[in-house]
Design a protein around this ligand. Structure first.
Ligand code: ASP
Length: 427
């Protein structure tokens, strides 16, 4: 059956139309319904809760399998200079991205004054682990327990080690070991793909989930939430612009490349990422842009897929901004120690974020968890998270665009340092 025929099947008017459009319609209808019907629309709450539950359901398997596959695909022996350089670039720029996101969030304080905690569920308490415990807890004493409890950081740690171990075995001299490792790799790869399919399916439900979440928030809180949410979105976009101008601009200049020329070469990938909200989906376009920049295939065929998997500057910015938004919204002002934890967890979370629409919002759950703001149904934190989720498509467009841009910047400068960049394309 062709794609077209499939789309003409069950509820084709729904599944056949543009998802982003549907989400935006859900968002607008949710705002209108919430403001218009107030308390009478609260019955839709379970539909929103269902969306959050579906997202939480997928967190553990997505991280586990995508990280195992991502790490195992990097050959430890062939990693070489290019690999080390690009990984250092990816990690450093992501840390800068969260920091910029946090700086702007501290400046604009999105969510301040929402006071969601006031008059909400009684007995709500903020659990706040200490810095040292948080870092120590990254190492699980029992990985299976971490998986069953959904402790995301220990799962990430374990998955990374598992992937590295697997990457060594895949290159083993012992044929039998190599074959078994290949089986484990193929299984993990298949499982990761299945998870992406499920995420895709959950996103088909997003328009309804978004409608319900937004309607309930507006019914309960009234129009006063629109300003803070708009501030959060504005903060993300501003941080994105500054990150591009400052970090990418400086890094490129340091290696004798011009930002304007870079943007002219990268614009197709940036636009595609903006509208598809998927780094992985944009990969073919990103590769074409790299080709136009005069980067050899030998380099970008390694750095770009790796970047689409682990390098998410936009997602990191978003997580910094939204963690603070939620903190402000529930009246929790994050001290520096919390913000340092956010930098570390947002870095890890962005590495574990799959390059598909909405994945960053799922990983935000883990950043929140790390500073004691867990999204439990009925709590103010859940209400604040629901607000963010309601407008996730808007956040996602900006962050995905930058995720892809960052991969291209890194690839361009690493190529330059290797002396393999075709400079004639930059004249
Ligand atoms: N949609 C983003 C991407 O594909 C990931 C995210 O949701 O943050 O890069």
């Amino acid at each position: 059956m062709s794609e077209g025929e499939k789309k003409r099947g069950f509820m084709s008017w729904y599944f056949g139309s543009n998802l982003l459009m549907r989400i935006l319609i859900g968002l607008i209808l949710g705002i209108v319904a919430g403001l218009l019907f107030k308390d009478k629309i609260l019955w839709v709450q379970p539909f929103g809760d269902l969306f959050i539950r579906l997202l939480k359901m997928i967190v553990v398997p997505v991280i586990l399998f995508s990280l195992i596959v991502g790490t195992a695909s990097i050959s430890p022996y062939r990693l070489g200079k290019v690999g080390v350089k690009i990984i250092v670039y990816y990690l450093l720029t992501t840390v800068l991205a969260v920091a910029i996101g946090l700086i702007f969030a501290n400046l604009f304080k999105p969510g301040l004054g929402l006071e969601l905690a006031v008059g909400e569920v009684a007995g709500f308490e903020l659990k706040k682990p200490s810095l040292v415990t948080t870092f120590l807890n990254i190492v699980p004493t029992n990985p299976v327990e971490a998986l069953s409890k959904g402790d995301v950081l220990p799962i990430i740690f374990f998955a990374l080690l598992f992937g590295i171990g697997l990457s060594f075995l895949l290159e083993s001299d012992n044929e039998e070991l190599r074959a078994s490792a290949k089986t484990v790799y193929n299984f993990s790869n298949g499982a990761a793909e299945v998870m992406y399919k499920i995420v895709g399916g959950i996103m088909e439900y997003a328009p309804i989930g978004v409608f319900a979440l937004v309607a309930v928030v507006l019914a309960k809180e009234g129009p006063r939430v629109i300003g803070p949410l708009a501030t959060a979105v504005g903060t993300e976009y501003l941080a994105i612009v500054v990150h591009v101008a400052l970090v990418y601009g400086l890094v490129l200049r340091l290696y004798g490349l011009r930002l304007t020329k870079f943007l002219a070469h990268a614009k197709e990938a940036m636009i595609t990422a903006f509208v598809t909200r998927s780094s992985s989906g944009t990969l073919p376009v990103t590769m074409a842009c790299a080709e136009n920049m005069g980067i050899p295939k030998g380099i970008y065929s390694f750095t770009l897929p790796l970047g689409a998997t682990i390098n998410m500057d936009g997602t990191a910015i978003y997580q910094g901004v939204c963690a603070l938004f939620i903190g402000f919204a529930v009246g929790r002002h994050m001290p520096l120690s919390d913000q340092l934890i956010i930098i570390v967890t947002a870095l890890l979370a962005s590495i574990g974020t799959a390059g598909v629409p909405g994945a960053g919002a799922i990983m935000l759950l883990l950043v929140l968890d790390s500073v004691g703001l867990s999204v439990d149904p009925g709590t103010p934190v859940a209400a604040a998270y629901a607000m963010i989720l309601g407008v996730d498509a808007i956040f996602d467009m900006g962050r995905t665009c930058i995720n892809v841009t960052g991969d291209l910047v890194g690839t361009a400068i690493v190529t330059k340092t290797e002396g393999e960049l075709d400079i004639s394309k930059w004249a």
